[in-house]
Each structure stands twice: as structure tokens, then as C-alpha cells.
Ligand binder design. Structure first.
Ligand code: URA
Length: 232
């Protein structure tokens, strides 16, 4: 791909702006030598304003989403994209979240610009487990684990029973729930169906990929091992 298009597709500016950046010598190789618009260099050897370019298409990143942020590219209020570099919103192909978390749910949230990877993660047949920690309004009664694991639980206005989910009790009002599918507001609706109410919800793991100390509001790029951990 021509240099101008490649850099413009990463969101650094319009094609016109990138042409200007090249003319001004802001696009260089690793030794600081200015590149021309027909230069052909491996992606990792191209610098923009002295910094290596963002990764090419195929980028996957993990964010520790804070409460109060909406998983949308355009909406009112605070958006998860506000926590990423502005240019990520302008990438082509677009950078999407892989599934969503509610505004009032925190924790592990994946993004990618790779449609095939996105579908692999969310496809029902992949059954990637998602681990949530919920704080509840009322003490657990002791019957929830069996109901959630039954494979027969029905949520309001749905026609298909939920797949079996695993509940681990952490404390009287604190539980870990492992889901193998993703339905709208699923964790909150499951606890509501057994007469409880979720007051705090965090996703701690997607497959075997955890947050591993990633601070709230921060993100990191995932390498091949992290990506494999999602399906482990
Ligand atoms: N279940 C919920 O209720 N909310 C989420 O954000 C994710 C799962």
C-alpha cells in the first residue's frame, strides 16, 4: 500500500495532511531519513513525528473499562474511545469493541479492527467463557448455583433457555459467574430472576485472558500469546 494511504488509514490525518507531513519530512525511517510518498519500507521501520507507527490492521487491544463509560463510537457522555488516542477512531478498517459492557459495568473489554478475529471471539460455537464478579444487594440464598447451571433457566421475554453458567460464591453478597454466551444485560437479568439485584459488576476475564493488574482506564496491545489465551 502506498505510504500516504497506509498512514491515513491509521488515522494520523487526511491524505492531504499526510502528503504535507511527508513533504515536511515528518515521516522518516528509523535513522531519521525522510521518506518519499513512493518509499516502500516494512511497517515497523516507519516513524511518524519520531514515533513508530501504530500497528497495522489486525490490532487487538484490551482495556480495563471504568464505570460510567459507554461502549459506542458516537453517543452522549463518556465513551470508551475517549480513553484511546483520538486517531484510533479514524482508523480504516474501523476499530470496534468485541461485544459490549454496560455503562455501569467495568473490566475487561477487547477492541479489534480484524472482523474475522471479532467473529471468532463472539461466535456461539467458540464458547469463549467470560468471568464476572458481582456484588449483590441481598445475601445469596444457596439455590442460585443450581438454577444457573441447569441449562433450563429462561429470562423474561426470551424463548431460548440460557446455557449452563457456573457460579462460585466469594462471600455472602459477592459471587463469580462464568458465562459461555453473551445476552443483553445477562448477569443483571440472571440475578434479578432469582430475586436479587447486582449493585456492582466487573468482567475479570475473557477466556484465560485476565486483566493482570492493568489499571482502570488503561489499555494495552495484545500479542499472539494473549490472543491465544482468549481461546485457551
Ligand atoms: N451482563 C450484564 O448484565 N452487563 C454486562 O455489561 C455484561 C454482562
Amino acid at each position: 500500500m502506498r505510504l500516504v494511504k497506509l498512514i491515513a488509514n491509521l488515522g494520523y490525518g487526511s491524505r492531504k495532511e499526510i502528503q504535507k507531513a511527508i513533504r515536511n519530512g515528518w515521516v522518516t525511517d528509523r535513522h531519521g531519513n525522510p521518506l518519499k510518498s513512493d518509499s516502500q519500507l516494512p511497517h515497523e521501520d516507519i516513524l511518524f513525528d519520531d514515533d513508530p507507527l501504530d500497528p497495522p490492521q489486525g490490532m487487538v487491544l484490551l482495556m480495563n473499562k471504568p464505570l460510567g463509560y459507554t461502549c459506542s463510537i458516537k453517543d452522549q457522555g463518556k465513551l470508551v474511545y475517549d480513553l484511546l488516542p483520538d486517531r484510533f477512531r479514524l482508523r480504516k478498517p474501523v476499530l470496534s469493541t468485541i461485544g459490549r459492557l454496560d455503562k455501569e459495568t467495568s473490566g475487561a473489554l477487547l477492541f479489534t479492527d480484524d472482523g474475522t478475529f471479532l467473529h471468532q471471539v463472539i461466535a456461539p460455537k467458540s464458547e469463549v467463557p467470560k468471568v464476572y464478579e458481582a456484588t449483590l444487594d441481598r445475601p445469596l440464598t444457596g439455590t442460585e448455583a443450581e438454577i444457573f447451571a441447569s441449562g433450563e433457566m429462561m429470562l423474561d421475554s426470551e424463548t431460548k433457555p440460557l446455557k449452563p453458567a457456573d457460579l462460585e460464591v466469594i462471600g455472602p453478597t459477592h459471587a463469580r459467574l462464568i458465562l459461555h454466551e453473551g445476552r443483553y444485560h445477562q448477569v443483571r437479568r440472571m440475578f434479578a430472576a432469582v430475586g436479587n439485584h447486582v449493585t456492582d459488576l466487573k468482567r475479570t476475564q475473557i477466556g484465560a485472558l485476565g486483566l493482570n493488574g492493568l489499571p482502570e482506564g488503561e489499555w494495552r496491545l495484545l500479542g499472539p500469546e494473549d490472543k491465544a489465551a482468549i481461546f485457551a
